[in-house]
Design a binder for this molecule. Structure first.
Ligand code: HEM
Length: 145
């Protein structure tokens, strides 16, 4: 897969993933609990796909040390912290946790998601494509002779 195809796939899946999360939150806000849970499930599948693209893409770049050191731990923490809205959501569904607690913790997690997205974009924008993946310029392409 070319680098451009990979970038289009990554940003495409990431955008659909974020939109699905917003839809899931909107459904919860309208008290459509079952639809909210289904949308969260779809979101999880899309998220795994987006992270797969990010993983492949990440291997093709050299990242600047500062953005990498900030983004990577933040993204790992955000992934682990996702268990909080998932568990409180299940517990709320079972009547063991209040809606308010699930809602507040879910929004805290969304805050970390936004921080991860911003730092990830920053890291990718400052990254350099490894030479073996760079598209050759017109001058570098083999000539007719
Ligand atoms: C990343 C995962 C999740 C996020 C970000 C999330 C987010 C939210 C938010 C923001 C609300 C409150 C909406 C509002 O009042 O404006 C909510 C409500 C709710 N969530 Fe979640 N949630 C997640 C996962 C889950 C899961 C896994 C379940 C259950 C299996 C669940 C069940 C519920 C239920 C039952 C409500 C109340 C809906 C109602 O008022 O009828 N959530 N969620």
């Amino acid at each position: 897969m070319t680098n451009d195809q990979l970038l289009i796939g990554f940003y495409g899946f990431l955008s659909v993933t974020v939109v699905t999360l917003l839809v899931a939150i909107g459904l919860a806000h309208k008290h459509r609990a079952r639809a909210h849970i289904v949308a969260v499930g779809v979101f999880l599948v899309l998220l795994v796909t987006s992270l797969g693209f990010a993983e492949v893409l990440g291997r093709r770049y050299e990242f600047d040390h500062i953005s990498y050191t900030i983004h990577l731990p933040l993204a790992l923490f955000t992934s682990a912290f996702m268990l909080v809205p998932l568990i409180t959501g299940i517990q709320h569904w079972r009547g063991k946790v209040t809606r308010k607690a699930h809602k507040v913790l879910a929004w805290v997690w969304v805050g970390f998601v936004v921080a991860s997205l911003v730092t990830g974009k920053w890291m990718l924008d400052n990254g350099t494509l490894k030479p073996e993946y760079a598209t050759p310029t017109v001058d570098e392409r083999p000539g007719p002779d």
